[in-house]
Structure formats: C-alpha cells, structure tokens
Design a protein around this ligand. Structure first.
Ligand code: NDP
Length: 331
C-alpha cells in the first residue's frame, strides 16, 4: 500500500485544496522492465494548472480520480530491470505517489555532481533550460541592451535575469513583494526591481527604470503587467513569450490593449515557445548552465516545502507568490 494524491474535481478559477484528494492505493506487482520507486522530491509547476482543466493543450489533462504527475526525483527500492539497481537515484515524470511502479524507460539515472540535488528539477532541469533557451535563442541579448523580466523572483525569472546580466545587459525584474525586490537586487544582481503589487503606475515605473526603453521583455506572467512593460518596448525589441501565469485561473477571454499596431510599427518580434520543443538545444544549454553554476556565476534558490501531503498546497502557493526560486516538495 502507498499514498497517492488524485484530482478529485476540476477547479473553476483558482484551485482549492478540495480539488485534490489523498488516498491509499495498492501498487501493482512488478513486471519485467519495471522498477519500484520511493519519491524523494516532487516539482510543482505553473503548467500543472492547465492540466487540471479538461482542455486540449500541448500536454494531456490530468484525469479525475487518478494520480497527478510531475517531474520528480526518486530512489529505486526494488526492480526487475537491467538498467537500474537498488539504491539508484533517478529522475523522471512521476505520479504523485509516495511509492510508484514505473517502466524503466520512463526514468533516467541521476548522478548528482552538484548539490543540492533539487537543482536537477530547477536550474539544471526544465527551469534553467526554459530561461536559457528563451533568452538566448529567442531574446538574443546584446551587451548594452535593457532586459525586463516578469515573474522575476520565480524559478525561471531568477535564471533569466542573471544570464542577461552576464551578457552585459541592464536587467529590471518585476515581482510581487518588497522582500523579493530586495533579494533580486542584493542576492541576484538585478539592476532594479519593481513590486507590481504596490506601484501605482507600472507603465511609468518601467519607463523610469528603463530610460533607454526595453529591448527584451521576457514574459512569464502576461496580463496587465505585460501591457505595462510592452508599451515601453524599443524598435526591434524581442519578446520571448514564456508564461502567462496571471491568466491561468481566469475563465473569461481577457480584454487588454490591442498591442499589434505597436508591435508592427516598432518591428517587435514576439515568439511563444514551449521548452520541450527544443530538445536539440538541451545538451549545449545544460553544459553551459552546469558550468556557470559550478563557477558560481549563476546563483539559485529553491523553496522546499516539507512533506508529501503538502503537494497540493505547494502547487497552489505558486499562484500567491509563496515561492522564491523553484517550488519543490520534499517527501
Ligand atoms: P514561478 O516560480 O515563477 O512561480 C510562480 C510565480 O509567479 C509566483 O511566485 C508569483 O510571484 C508569480 N505570480 C503568480 N501569480 C501571479 C499573477 N497573477 N501575476 C503576476 N505574477 C504572478 O514559476 P516558473 O518559474 O516555473 O514559471 C514561470 C512562468 O514560465 C510560468 O508562467 C510558467 O507557466 C512558464 N513556463 C513556461 C515554460 C515553457 O516551456 N514555455 C516552461 C516552464 C515555465 P510574485 O511574488 O512575483 O507574484
């Protein structure tokens, strides 16, 4: 027997704890080519909100009364696989279960050379890859340019800002608390940061923070924050469209300014991207990220929430800003 967390109902608007249910389950017998895993760390990510809807997207929806799933790190307990041995630490897309049986093709051995091990779910995993590929391959920063990143103190945002600084850019972060503003400037080297929750006129605040205008806007949040930043874009600006978290819980089609005339007249390039479509870039990107982390040129932080049963509240915490850096749950 083990414990799992299932999707009990589909949320309308902001998810609530009632949309999840924890329950006991019996694990299936191990078959040839399968391993029994004990979960160690579970990643919670904003895209999971989309999977809670019954809607077509680039990943299939979670099924009602079935375990949710996400990236995780686990330990091999027993196995009927030639690829793994007892005690191996592995990474993969894992169900929200304390223990689980998975095919050996669904996981990879993790030889953690860098600590903390959670970095493999964040800066050396999807988070770092998203930041690197979105900024370097779509944003294409040049020294001297001004980069604005929203969701700046979140997992992706922290990495974007620091890589942009390394490229010789001026970096402005937008985030949701004074504490995060301070962290961005003092700990992570951002030139300026703006608290979107307390500023009265965000458009003006961005204009003041970016006297030479905005050359790259790395958009993690969308909505009114993006409207305010984008009205400050320069000629030939680039907008890597990474996430729209401010809209994930809405059901109406959002109304906003029509930005297309401005994109047209200022020759702005705006490109949506899904990191998993850039697998060919992963090896080089990971090598570069690993080197920067080893050299101390990229700093990072995780928000580690304790215990398996806190997975739902950790996921919900992403929507009220309770994380700095990557939100992970330790079993
Ligand atoms: P984060 O660590 O940034 O977590 C969420 C953060 O978003 C919160 O801490 C909060 O910070 C901020 N936030 C939440 N609600 C709002 C809101 N209504 N308005 C403004 N900010 C809000 O998550 P990730 O770094 O993992 O992801 C960042 C974005 O990138 C997400 O939109 C995600 O969906 C997207 N993404 C896209 C990928 C791709 O392939 N395109 C891959 C990975 C992520 P604060 O205190 O500042 O409000």
């Amino acid at each position: 027997m083990t414990t799992r967390i299932v999707l009990a109902s589909r949320p309308k608007g902001l998810p609530e704890l009632d949309n999840f249910r924890s329950e006991k389950m019996t694990l299936s017998e191990l078959k040839e080519g399968e391993v029994l895993l004990q979960g160690l760390y579970y990643s919670v990510d904003p895209y999971m909100r989309g999977r809670m809807n019954d809607a077509k997207s680039y990943v299939p929806p979670f099924q009602l009364n079935q375990s949710l799933e996400g990236s995780g790190i686990a330990k091999v307990i027993t196995n009927k696989s030639k690829l793994f041995k007892k005690g191996d630490i592995v990474i993969g897309l894992l169900p929200w279960q304390e223990e689980c049986v998975v095919a050996d093709t669904a996981i990879k051995n993790l030889n953690p050379l860098i600590s903390p091990i959670t970095y493999y779910l964040s800066i050396l995993g999807m988070t770092g890859l998203t930041a690197y590929i979105g900024l370097m391959h779509i944003g294409k920063p040049k020294a001297g340019e001004t980069v604005v990143v929203s969701g700046a103190a979140g997992a992706v945002g922290l990495v974007v800002g620091q890589i942009a600084k390394q490229q010789g850019c001026t970096v402005i972060g937008i985030t949701g608390s004074d504490e995060k503003v301070k962290q961005l400037k003092v700990q992570f080297g951002f030139d300026e940061a703006i608290n979107y929750k307390t500023v009265t006129d965000l458009k003006k605040a961005v204009a003041i923070a970016c006297p030479a205008g905005v050359d790259i806007y790395f958009d993690n949040v969308g909505g009114e924050i993006s409207d305010a930043v984008m009205s400050n874009l320069n000629f030939n600006a680039r907008v890597p469209l990474c996430g729209q978290i401010s809209l994930y819980n809405g059901s109406d089609v959002p109304m906003g300014p029509r930005l297309q005339p401005m994109l047209l007249t200022r020759s702005v390039l705006m490109q949506g991207f899904i990191v998993s479509n850039f697998q060919n870039l992963f090896p080089d990107a990971l090598q570069q990220l690993t080197q920067w982390v080893k050299e101390g040129k990229l700093k990072f932080t995780d928000t580690v929430v304790h215990d398996f049963d806190q997975l739902p509240s950790a996921l919900l915490g992403l929507f009220n800003g309770s994380n700095t850096g990557k939100m992970v749950v330790r079993a």
